[in-house]
Design a protein around this ligand. Structure first.
Ligand SMILES: *[C@@H]1O[C@H](CO)[C@@H](O)[C@H](O)[C@H]1NC(C)=O
Ligand SMILES: *[C@@H]1O[C@H](CO)[C@@H](O)[C@H](O)[C@H]1NC(C)=O
Ligand SMILES: *[C@@H]1O[C@H](CO)[C@@H](O)[C@H](O)[C@H]1NC(C)=O
Ligand SMILES: *[C@@H]1O[C@H](CO)[C@@H](O)[C@H](O)[C@H]1NC(C)=O
Length: 376
C-alpha cells in the first residue's frame, strides 16, 4: 500500500470511525434508560449482584458499578401519605420509617424536610412551638388537599391561648376524648398471655415526686393538709431532692401509695402521673378530674381518688387502714391479672396516628373555634 492510498482511503475512514465512536460513547454516558429491555436487564443484574431491590438506597461511595440512577426520596414517598413535622425538633431531615415499625401503621412518610411542603398531605404543628404572632407557620399558600394538624398534650391551664389559631387547622391530636385523633398518656390493655403480678418490695408508705411547685395549685394545698396526718416521702426539684432517671421508677415502686396529683384539673387530663405508679405496682392516689372521668380510662378499683373522702385527714386514715390490712391493699391490684399499662410515645405516635386518620378520612373538615373548644 502506497502512502498515497493511505492518505486517500484509510485516513478518512479512521477519522469517521473516531467521530462515530465519540457519538456512541457520548450516547452511552448520557442516555438513561427509562423502560424496556435495557432497564430490565440493569435492574435484574443489580438485584442479583447485591440482593437489594431497586428501591433500596445504595451506598454511593462503595458501589462503583452503580448503573441505576439513585431513587430519590421523592420517588420513595410517592405512594405514601406525607406528614411534614413543621415545628418539632428532629435534628435530621431524613425519612423516618417509624409508623410501620413502631405502631404498625402502613403507608406513612414522616419528614421534617420543609422542601416537601407542597406535597405534604398533612402538616404537623406542636402547639407549644407556635409563635404568638403565628410568624413561624408556613408562608406558602396551603395546597387544597393539605390538612394542618394541631397537636398539644398540655392542659389548657398550661397552654398559651394564641389568638389567630381558629379556622386554621383541620384536625386536632390531643389527650382529650373529643379530639379528632385522641392519644392519651397511657392506656390499659389486656395482658396476653396472663402473667402473675408480683407486688414489688415496699419500704415507704406515701411518696410524691414533684418539680413544678405553685402554691396556688390545688395539689399543693391538698398536700399541705395531708402531710399533717400521714408521713409522705417527697422528692423532686420542688423539695431540693432531685431524682435521676435511673432512680425514678425504683423510687415509685418502693412506695405503697403515690400521689398522682395533676398540675391542673381538666376533663380527660390524666397524665403519666397516674400511669407511672399504675404500671410500677404502686397504688395511685389521684387528684384531678372527677372519679367518673378517671373511670373512662382506668378500672375504678385500681386507684384512690381524693374526692372519695371528706377531708385529707379521712384519706390519711384510710391509707393507714390499708397499710395494716394487706388483703384490702392487694385488692387494688386485681386488675393486673388481665391488664397492663401501655404508654404512648410522645409526638411520633401522634404524627403516625394523624397520618392514619388522614388516610382513612378524606372528607373536608375545619376546626373553627379551637380556642373555645380547648380553653372554654
Ligand atoms: C459506604 O461505603 C464506605 C466504603 O466502603 C464505608 O466506609 C461506609 O461506611 C459506607 N456507608 C454506609 C452508610 O454504609
Ligand atoms: C399505591 O397505593 C395503592 C393504594 O394504597 C395501591 O393499590 C398500589 O398498589 C400502590 N402502588 C405502588 C406502586 O406501591
Ligand atoms: C409551593 O408552591 C408555591 C406555588 O404554589 C411556591 O410559591 C412555593 O415556593 C412552593 N414552596 C415550596 C417549599 O416548594
Ligand atoms: C383545612 O382548613 C382550612 C382552614 O380552615 C381550609 O381552608 C381548608 O379548605 C381545609 N382543608 C381540608 C382538606 O379540609
Amino acid at each position: 500500500m502506497s502512502s498515497g492510498t493511505f492518505h486517500k482511503i484509510l485516513k478518512p475512514l479512521l477519522f469517521t470511525t473516531f467521530i462515530v465512536g465519540c457519538f456512541v460513547i457520548g450516547f452511552l454516558m448520557y442516555y438513561k434508560p427509562s423502560t424496556g429491555w435495557l432497564n430490565h436487564l440493569l435492574k435484574f443484574s443489580d438485584s442479583v449482584t447485591n440482593g437489594h431491590d431497586v428501591f433500596t438506597k445504595k451506598n454511593e461511595s462503595s458501589n462503583s458499578k452503580n448503573l441505576i440512577p439513585q431513587i430519590s426520596p421523592e420517588k420513595k414517598e410517592k405512594n405514601k401519605t406525607v406528614i411534614l413535622v413543621w415545628l418539632l425538633p428532629f435534628g435530621s431531615n431524613r425519612e423516618m420509617d417509624i409508623c410501620s415499625s413502631a405502631f404498625n401503621i402502613e403507608g406513612c412518610f414522616i419528614t421534617a424536610d420543609k422542601k416537601l411542603y407542597n406535597k405534604s398531605h398533612g402538616v404537623f404543628f406542636h402547639h407549644r412551638d407556635i409563635h404568638r404572632d403565628l410568624s413561624n407557620l408556613p408562608k406558602s399558600p396551603r395546597p387544597l388537599f393539605q390538612r394542618w394538624i394541631w397537636m398539644n398534650m398540655e392542659s389548657p391551664t398550661n397552654s398559651p391561648k394564641l389568638p389567630g389559631i381558629n379556622n386554621l387547622f383541620n384536625l386536632t391530636v390531643n389527650y382529650h376524648q373529643d379530639s379528632t385523633v385522641q392519644v392519651p398518656y397511657g392506656s390499659i390493655i389486656p395482658v396476653e398471655p396472663q402473667e402473675n403480678f408480683v407486688l414489688p418490695n415496699k419500704n415507704k408508705l406515701v411518696c410524691w415526686i414533684v418539680s413544678n411547685w405553685n402554691p396556688n395549685y390545688a395539689r399543693v394545698k391538698y398536700y399541705r393538709e395531708l402531710q399533717k396526718h400521714i408521713k409522705i416521702d417527697v422528692y423532686g426539684r420542688a423539695f431540693g431532692k432531685y431524682i435521676g432517671k435511673q432512680d425514678f421508677h425504683p423510687t415509685i415502686s418502693s412506695c405503697k401509695f403515690y400521689l398522682s396529683f395533676e398540675n391542673s384539673v381538666h376533663k380527660d387530663y390524666i397524665t403519666e402521673k397516674l400511669y407511672n405508679p399504675l404500671s410500677l405496682g404502686t397504688v395511685p392516689v389521684v387528684l384531678g378530674t372527677t372519679r367518673q372521668n378517671y373511670e373512662n380510662f382506668v378500672q375504678g378499683d385500681a386507684f384512690i381518688h381524693v374526692d372519695d373522702f371528706k377531708s385529707p385527714k379521712e384519706l390519711a386514715d384510710y391509707l393507714h387502714l390499708l397499710d395494716k390490712n394487706q388483703e384490702l391493699y392487694l385488692a387494688y391490684f386485681k386488675w393486673r391479672k388481665h391488664f397492663k399499662v401501655q404508654r404512648h410515645t410522645f409526638w411520633t405516635e401522634h404524627a403516625c396516628k394523624a397520618c392514619e386518620y388522614i388516610r382513612k378520612h378524606k372528607e373536608y373538615r375545619v376546626i373553627n373555634d379551637l380556642i373555645k373548644w380547648y380553653w372554654g
